[in-house]
Design a protein around this ligand. Structure first.
Ligand code: HEC
Ligand code: HEC
Length: 348
């Protein structure tokens, strides 16, 4: 979609970005998209991401657009602000888009464009092969601290239709690109006290000193169909401790590539160590607890090194799983991992 043919939705988004950058005292060209986002990231998305509004007004087109709306306006449609309490599945004030940027189309902003082709697949966290609907429900129960949608619901069908429609690689992203660029793991333990300083300097202007985000007043929230201008990073309205974003390596990768909001992943604003330390600070703050977390990763050899909750494999403390250094843990896992029995086929 060319900049000249912005849909109302995109015009709204561009104004929102400018307002946020202004509130964080960053430059924003008058009327145009923010200068930094223009170069490759957001500019490339605006130019080439598939546009649900271009689909015909038939059943599939309507489902795709509803799916897109569910990802952008989650709190208002299937979250705590849904008028019908029976329709409240998401349990916090987040929108899927808060973590799957630009409705899942931003390269390295945890895009959703490859999900349709990737499922069903083995999910180590569940120790089982899962469908795409299962995976969406995983984010509903953890990232959104809520409850699962029925596989047969119109809402699940709509989100699946949207993901099928997106089914391609995000424009400008190389084939097989990970959801966020990998980072070299620090050789020293993360330093949450230094992370607090990074937070005060780089994050608090938008997410608030208290990390609870900028909540919209009820009227604006109803008009924008979002609960927050900037989402909370911890507290009762944020993701729970069973979410992927609650793991420091996942969070550091997302933060370095995408924060402060408007960052072009090709030109990160934060240093690698600053991204890790601020992630450690954010993860140390209170958030809802996911009770089934202890059952995650039934095969402990497949548990990520930064999943710091019990049971843990090997001689390392929970503190080392939480803050690193992780390379020693990785080394230990590699050395001690049981070898597949002779004659076993396949590597997966
Ligand atoms: C707090 C952040 C956050 C929120 C909010 C969130 N997710 Fe996720 N989501 C993640 C992370 C982290 C991953 C794992 C990315 C990875 O490493 O593959 C993920 C993965 C996924 C995947 C699998 C993608 C793939 O290609 O394997 C899907 C599908 C998904 N999310 C859908 C949703 C939907 C739909 C919502 C809203 C109902 C949502 N997510 C809300 C953080 C979030
Ligand atoms: C210019 C304002 C701004 C700044 C500065 C900023 N963020 Fe964000 N952040 C946002 C917005 C807006 C979103 C939601 C993106 C969306 O919905 O498109 C977000 C989303 C997030 C998310 C995922 C959603 C959630 O609530 O967990 C994390 C994690 C995050 N930011 C961390 C940080 C960290 C850490 C910093 C500092 C290094 C930072 N941000 C700086 C505006 C900002």
């Amino acid at each position: 979609m060319a900049i000249g043919s912005l849909t109302p939705e995109n015009r709204h988004r561009r104004r929102r970005v400018c307002a946020l950058l202004a509130s964080a005292a960053l430059a924003c060209a008058a009327g145009g998209p923010p200068a930094r986002a223009q170069s490759a990231g957001a500019g490339a998305v605006a130019a080439a991401a598939p546009d649900p509004d271009a689909l015909p007004d038939d059943a599939f087109g309507r489902a795709v657009r509803y799916g897109r709306d569910l990802i952008v306006h989650t709190s208002a449609l299937i979250g705590p602000d849904a008028p019908d309490p029976a329709q409240r599945y998401a349990g916090n004030g987040l929108e899927c888009e808060n973590c799957h940027l630009a409705a899942g189309t931003k390269p390295f902003g945890q895009p959703l464009a490859r999900a349709w082709a990737a499922f069903p697949t083995f999910i180590a966290r569940d120790g089982a092969v899962r469908t795409l609907a299962d995976r969406i429900n995983g984010c509903l129960e953890r990232s959104m601290n809520g409850r699962p949608l029925a596989e047969t619901s119109a809402e699940m069908a709509a989100m699946l239709a949207y993901l099928r429609f997106l089914n391609q690689r995000p424009p400008g992203e190389p084939a097989n690109a990970p959801p966020t660029p990998p980072l070299a793991l620090p050789e020293r333990p993360l330093d949450p006290a230094h992370g607090a300083q990074v937070f005060a300097q780089q994050c608090a202007a938008c997410h608030g000193q208290d990390g609870l985000g900028q909540r919209l007043d009820a009227r604006t929230a109803a008009v924008q169909r979002r609960r927050y201008a900037v989402p909370p990073l911890w507290g009762p309205d944020s993701f729970n401790d069973g979410a992927g974003m609650a793991r420091p390596i996942t969070a550091a990768r997302f933060i370095r590539a995408n924060m402060p909001f408007g960052t072009d992943p090709a030109h990160p604003a934060l240093g690698v160590v600053d991204a890790f330390d601020v992630a450690a600070f954010v993860e140390a703050q209170p958030r809802p607890h996911f009770p089934r977390r202890v059952q995650d990763y039934p095969d402990l050899w497949l548990k990520p090194v930064d999943a710091a909750f019990p049971p843990l494999l090997g001689p390392f403390s929970a503190q080392q799983h939480r803050l690193g250094p992780w390379p020693q843990i990785q080394q230990w896992l590699e050395t001690n991992r049981p070898k597949p029995a002779a004659g076993a086929t396949g590597s997966e």
